[in-house]
Design a protein around this ligand. Structure first.
Ligand SMILES: *[C@@H]1O[C@H](CO)[C@@H](O)[C@H](O)[C@H]1NC(C)=O
Ligand SMILES: *[C@@H]1O[C@H](CO)[C@@H](O)[C@H](O)[C@H]1NC(C)=O
Length: 280
């Protein structure tokens, strides 16, 4: 009996020692990561990060979204920086009213807070493009609208969602497919480049600044705002009164898209690979 007791005691002691060791290592690793995040935050806050933004200001930039509120929920830092620099011109093309007339007004109000006049915001009402998270829009219709806009306004850079559409919404993904087909069929005018906003996994999506180190490594181009500048983005989101409900308020607090946008240029090779992978 005595022997067994000693044995059990010894095992328990070793386990406690091991757990303590491991938890110290975790605490040290987490603290180191937090320090890196804080360091990067202040570094970015105090340096000119224009070199990492979409090349070529002055340019004419078109942001294509699917619903009123996409622009501020997902592209806030990009819009903020472009407007603040006041070198490039920016236009927003939104392909639905989100099923509600009031949302048009909300988008105009939101854009105004971000510094974009009403005249630079176009909202399309087209029965072929309904607001529906399960529906891929007809690609020919979407690319026709985009090309028309690119040619009319001599747009140099178009920005939209990537093939995951940030939230997986099929309307968002439709915009990417329109990009893909325009590009592969070489219908994009030579003066215009296509860019997509990188989607990140669900953990990275909701860790705010903790995503900074990974974002900086993964994106080709990026736009960043500090806490002060981010207030404007939250204010602009509040202009979408009918949409600003509790879960979107939480989103605006925790999402990394309210701090940083990472952007890739569309290159033909990427598409060939993507489409092959998708067909498998
Ligand atoms: C932007 O720049 C132009 C001149 O280049 C100036 O007239 C205008 O006031 C500026 N706008 C803002 C919002 O700073
Ligand atoms: C809005 O469009 C006008 C006319 O095309 C342009 O001059 C202006 O710079 C644009 N505004 C912004 C904020 O880009």
């Amino acid at each position: 009996m005595l022997d067994l007791n000693t044995y059990v005691n010894e095992i328990v002691w070793w386990w406690c020692w091991y757990a303590k060791e491991i938890s110290w290592q975790i605490v040290i690793a987490v603290s180191a990561y937090l320090c890196v995040c804080v360091f990067l935050y202040f570094l970015l806050k105090n340096t000119n990060h224009r070199p990492w933004q979409i090349p070529g200001p002055p340019s004419r930039i078109l942001l294509v979204t699917a619903h009123p509120d996409d622009e501020v929920m997902f592209f806030g830092p990009t819009i903020y920086n472009i407007v603040r620099d006041n070198i490039s011109q920016i236009y927003i093309l939104c392909l639905t009213t989100g099923g509600n007339k009031q949302r048009k007004e909300e988008l105009w109000d939101c854009a105004k807070i971000l510094g974009i006049p009403e005249g630079n915001v176009t909202i399309i009402m087209n029965p072929e493009l309904p607001d529906d998270p399960t529906l891929i829009w007809p690609e020919t219709e979407v690319s026709k609208i985009m090309l028309n806009f690119i040619e009319t306004y001599k747009i140099n850079a178009v920005l939209t969602f990537d093939k995951f559409g940030v939230s997986g919404h099929k309307n968002h993904i439709s915009l990417f497919y329109a990009f893909a087909s325009m590009y592969m069929e070489k219908r994009v005018p030579s003066y215009c480049k296509l860019y997509i906003l990188e989607s990140v996994n669900i953990v990275r999506k909701y860790v705010q600044l903790l995503d900074l180190p990974i974002s900086l490594l993964s994106g080709s181009y990026w736009y960043f705002v500090d806490y002060n500048q981010r207030r404007i983005i939250k204010e602009a989101m509040a202009a979408h009164k009918s949409q600003y409900v509790w879960f979107r308020k939480l989103y605006m607090i925790f999402s990394r898209y309210t701090f940083i946008n990472t952007i890739q240029e569309v290159v033909e090779l990427d598409f060939d690979l993507d489409f092959q992978l998708d067909e498998d």
